[in-house]
Design a protein. Sequence first.
Length: 367
Amino acid sequence: MKLRISFFLPFLFFASTLNRLFTFPIDKFFILGTCLVLLYQQKTISIKSLQLLLIVFAVVLITFFINSLSFSFLLLFPLIGLLFVVLLVRGTDNKKYLYYGLWWHILLGLLLVIYSYIQPYTFLDTYVHYMYDKGMSFLHASMGFTPTVQTFGTMSLSWLLLYVHKRDFIFTTRVDRFMLFIVILGIIVTFNRNTFVMLIFITFFHFKKFFYLFFLTAVTGVIYYYSVIESLVLNVKTLNSRISGLEGFQNSYVESNSLMVYLFGRGDNNIWNTQYTQNPLIENGIASMLHSFGFVGFLVYGIIGVVLVSLLLANKKWFLSFFLFYILFIQQIFTTELYNGTFYIIVASILLTSGLFNKKNKTTLEI
């Protein structure tokens, strides 16, 4: 029975990234379903993990009771995402299943970009980002079935971490190296600044030869295509949108003058009250967290993040500790991935490749 369940795990991990395959986010249901499958497979859950989940559940529950009329049920997803991470990192074979599940989505995302150049303006365009917002509609960025190029980039970086672990601690074949080539292409055609920063970081530590080639290519590109690079890197249109969202956060949360709002938030990651803003989106993960769960929720998030980073540092996992710190505290300034499955997939990938949380490891540090 365990073997039969394992056979379906690559598909479940693949399906857990399908946020935009249909008009409703089916990835949430598949992540919940994957949690149930993993729980059935593992039979147990550690006491510390259960305590952690109960603390987060308490924060969500208090926020719900205080904001029962305006509570968004999307705020339940971080609890499901945390359960997903807790269960995923405890299985040694999960790295393999996640490795293949993510790759198939990345391949499809790249193929959709290629097809958009061959046959543009079809119903498949909903899965490709034509970069009108940066004044470069001739560039088609990969999103796959994730909501943004940022989340597609996060998913691709997750696979890259799993590849590095497979190469360094197991072995890789020509097939793996072909898969790597596809993923690198997929990352490049996101044209996403944040993803590029993390790609450079990974290549510097784990792909030295590629890093120097990448650096040389980047310098050459800047020299010959300066205007295009300037539009990609220095474009402020998306920044203006984020600033507009922060103005709404300022009005709705910071200037609420309510202790309960400060402590437990407004129970929604968006701002629908037009008296505060005309832009309901808060495109800043930290601000969105405060608006959703208040200072108490942000404090719990911060403590969990600091503890995990500290555990990695204590075990001399320097690269992974910095990577996790960046994902949890720096990247969230520029995105709101907390409510998307790719955030929990990359956190799980970091913890999986650390080898510290495996239940079969005698020196395991269980969360």
